[in-house]
Design a protein around this ligand. Structure first.
Ligand code: ADP
Ligand code: MG
Length: 410
């Protein structure tokens, strides 16, 4: 009985998510930092229902105002927890075999990394979406463990100048010996060799049996099974360490490359034996700021061109999907190729468009908002014609009543 209620609940819950549309845009405005106090702001008004009005600092008054509408606008006081609670339902669908892509778009310094990962050395309180998502997946898989069995594995890559680099590969380290073993969990060992962290996977070494999930985002990038949040924290740390290797200044590099964490979830229904596979892409995009063309040359110019190309390719793909266009131009960049499995079809996409509050960022803010608006305008129009509110209220009630059945399982 519990099993059936659980299945039914998942089904209705997923239908509810379907009704809400496959593409969502949330705008997050970061607060002024302590170093930026008393600066002028571009934010004129934040409405209740996803409205945002900004003002052109050189055109005060009505003429300088520009309004936008998104699924949600999260103001400077929104906490990491609030951000996640609006994201969580989407992430949960991965356990039922859906693919989900969440990414943060915006100029450097607008809070993309803050939203996705959290501040450096984040504690549980300040964790970003990445850690919270995995924590939540572990939690639910545990809740369901009498009926379902889930295997969760993670990949972490960066795309820099249209090249994909595996951030969890032990090959990032040139020196393989000698190792100093630092940490040990069920399936992997963390070592330190000279100045590099090295990661050894017991499955890869043949010590544990391997069951590879299908639909790998990047087939040859390392895929590491994770069982707990502490596994994830260790893994992210290795990824970040590898990301820094070879880059002169980590911050510089990280703002010019896209970082992608892919979570593969394979579920087995222990009663029926049926299997589901879903994946979740968590993407911290390269900074969207325009590089001053007159000043940049060489490497810097090349980087800027690659970023430009991949961000506009991403915009085009999402726009095509929102419009339900028969042709979706996935092949125009590495980024869209890597994310293809979780963009389109029944996959759900959530974009955080991150903006700075200060007047000096006006033109970058305007261009980020326009990028997001191109997508949300189509999507919000579609949602209205779906009579969304009535249908979803009915479904919501059914989901709630099934929750009671599930709660009484013992
Ligand atoms: P990006 O990744 O877009 O370049 P960061 O996430 O690094 O931007 O954010 C820039 C700075 O602003 C960091 O010091 C970060 O801690 C801070 N910051 C960003 N968003 C918030 C927020 N919502 N609350 C507090 N500080 C934030
Ligand atoms: Mg960043």
């Amino acid at each position: 009985k519990y099993h059936d209620a659980l299945l039914e609940n998942c089904k209705l819950f997923n239908e509810l998510q379907d009704l809400k549309g496959n593409i969502r845009v949330y705008c997050r405005i970061r607060p002024f930092l302590p170093t930026e106090m008393k600066k002028e702001t571009v934010i004129e008004n934040i409405g209740e229902n996803g409205e945002l009005v900004i003002i052109n600092p050189s055109k005060p008054g009505k003429d300088g105002q520009r309004s936008f509408k998104f699924n949600k606008v999260l103001g400077p006081t929104a906490t990491q927890e609030e951000i996640f609670s609006d994201t969580q339902p989407l992430i949960r669908t991965v356990l039922d075999g859906y693919n989900v892509c969440i990414f943060a778009y915006g100029q450097t310094g607008s809070g993309k990394t803050h939203t996705m990962a959290g501040p450096e050395g984040a504690t549980k309180e300040s964790w970003g979406v990445n850690y919270r998502a995995l924590d939540d997946l572990f939690q639910i898989s545990e809740d369901r463990n009498n009926y379902f069995q889930y295997e969760i594995a993670v990949q972490m890559v960066e795309i820099y100048n249209e090249q994909v680099r595996d951030l969890l590969s032990s090959d990032s380290s040139q020196k393989k010996y000698p190792f100093l073993i630092l940490h040990f969990t069920h399936e992997w060992i963390l070592c330190f060799s000279f100045q590099f962290f090295v990661f050894l996977n017991l499955r890869t070494l043949g010590i544990l049996s391997t069951s590879h999930p299908h639909g790998l985002a990047v087939p040859d990038a390392s895929i590491l099974p994770v069982r707990s949040t502490s596994d994830v924290i260790e893994m992210m740390r290795i990824g970040h360490t590898n990301r820094a290797v070879g880059a002169t200044a980590m911050n510089e590099r990280s703002s010019r490359s896209h970082s992608i964490v892919t979570v593969h979830v394979q579920g087995t229904d222990l009663k029926t034996g049926s299997a589901t596979r879903g994946n979740l892409h968590l993407v911290d995009l390269a900074g969207s700021e325009r590089v001053d063309r007159s000043e940049s040359t060489g490497d810097r110019l090349r980087e800027a061109q690659h970023i430009n190309k991949s961000l506009s390719a991403l915009g085009d793909v999402i726009f095509a999907l929102a419009q339900k266009s028969p042709h979706v131009p996935y092949r125009n960049s590495k980024l869209t190729q890597v994310l293809q499995s979780s963009l389109g079809g029944r996959a759900k996409t959530l974009m955080f468009v991150q903006i700075n509050p200060d007047a000096a960022s006006y033109s970058e803010t305007l261009s980020s908002l326009k990028f997001a608006e191109r997508v949300s305008a189509v999507e919000l129009g579609a949602a209205r014609s779906n009579k969304e509110s009535r249908d979803s209220r009915e479904l919501m009630e059914q989901v709630e009543s099934l929750k009671d059945v599930i709660a009484k399982k013992d």
